[in-house]
Design a protein around this ligand. Sequence first.
Ligand code: CUA
Length: 670
Amino acid sequence: MTAHENCACDAPGPKSAEELLREHEAQLGELLAEVEEEERDREDGGVSLHLAGLDLDRRDFMKAGMAVGATSALAGCSGLGGGGANGNGGGSASSHTHVVAPGDHDEYYGFWSGGHSGEIRIVGVPSMRELMRIPVFQPEGARGYGHDDQTSQMLDEAGGYAWGDSHHPILSETGGTYDGRWLFINDKSAGRMARIDLKYFETDAITNIPNMQACHGCAVQSPDTKYVYGVGEFRVPVPNDGSLDPDDPEGYWSTFAALDPESMDVAWQVRVTGNLDNADSSKDGKWAFATGYNKEEAFEIEEMTHDDRDYLKAFDVEAIEAALDAGQAEEVGGVPVLDGREGSPLNSGSDPIVHYIPVPKSPHGCDVEPTGTYVTASGKLSPTVSIIEIDQIKEVDDPADAVVGQPKVGLGPLHTTWDDRGNAYTTIFIDSQVTKWNVETAVNSPMNSEDAVLGKVDVHYNPGHLQAAEAETTSPAGDWLVSLNKLSKDRFLPVGPIHPDNDQLIYIGEDAENETGGMELVADEPVYPEPHDCVIAHRDKVSPAVVWDRADYEGEKEFVTDDTARIDRPEDGRVHIYATTKRSEYLPREYRVTEGDEVTFTVTNIESSRDIIHGFAFPKYGINLAVAPQDTREVTFTADEAGLYWIYCTYFCSALHLEMRSRFIVEPQQ
Ligand code: CUA
């Protein structure tokens, strides 16, 4: 439909507002029907590339890659034709396009943390287009998060903090792969853990974890998400009420917490020696791992980094559960805590609950590889990655003997991710590179050798986390990898002294005997401060609802209809308004209350067409609800000042969107 067909400029005479509106609605209805049709067509095939004699889906095509020289048949996409075989040098054109044509969908959902923006971002991979943001730890206006009663109460009960610091998004798993049910995200700022419901892409639970200030590491128990692990980084006095001597490190705690994913309650905690950092879980669920620095238990950086070795801590989940069953936990802060410190009774026998495995100083990254044979720990201050054979942890007399490999990968190795061919990819913070190395070669080579290194690619600059598609599952995809670089420096137009980060997309679908080992830098993506990590899932594993199912809130909130829209006054000083929204009006049309009344609005969007969202903005009380089709939101406030206030719609929903507003009249007390 062209713009011309769409306009009413050839109309013989002026039309009434009602006629115009009817036409507009009819056109919109047609458009929506078309969209639904396309969606149905899309469901079976995905993005197919019909090349002469070939019928490959995009992923097969990428894997076949340059071998058939077919990429040029795709011409028209940018970034082709440079022909440079590797991405080093920071500016060469890639032969692998990441362009997703207008109207096509990405193959992967990327879930990015937002750091101290306190949110989660949804990014399409490989296009790197940001699709949506999900506010988590702080209120946000566009989605009305923290504005309605339910979400503002959730934020209050989780401590009422003004902001959060999200780091390590992780997807729930069933059978060792992402099941599309939940995303979990830690808050380093306040020791919280949040859950996002992936049916509605909304935060639906936040737990304020006791005995912990900074929840840093975040992992789920593989393969079936019996627990969500939250890892306490900063050591804090427990109880933290001023009763303990702040200069005595004995009273300081760092704890490893396991939460029940359904209730989001803390199931148990283990107190450790030193502190904790990043976390992962063995593929069979029997072990949880966390790196940690500061085994010195010091307060100043010089002392924290004093010793040559620090620990990877291996938590024996079965031993922990047995100790809990045997009543060996102490209740602290309302949760059962086991003492897993070095030398504690629970940690002294032949079956300790925590194994302390020495690795070079200040390890940070903690990653279990896809077969579940090894867990890696990378020291920020050592150029190596330590490879620990998980089955050896209980077998060896000296915990250090569980370390079976230690490839030298570069200066400042942080995090490691995986492909489907036995290779590992580690970010090298100081060198600003990603190093590709082979896991089995590393295990079979001398410690501290570079024998396993297959290649390095420059990234720009100072990478923190990196993540490859499906890399937390037992079967990584092995095609795309994203390096989340902390600094962008000169890569983009300057935007003032606070710079964006730079997420770089790297194609890893091929192995090659060149400088990069086949890795190819494909795209730069400037990002708002400051993602730390991401997790990338195939789109087949995530199926969000496109409108609300009212059955999901039946019994909690009334689904208001035009017939039941009303103003109730259950008692003096209380007004409950049941309202509907649709294009382009609220019902009831206007609201009269008395100064001092406590007012509750229950607002239902009775539309059923996808993407017809209505806003419900009441600036006087800091309220902006975003009510999606078939959803109901509630908000309560006290009408404490007489006057007239317009409630208006903030989503551009129709031709008469501007007119979609209602009077809220607060009459003075008699
Ligand atoms: Cu409803 Cu704009």
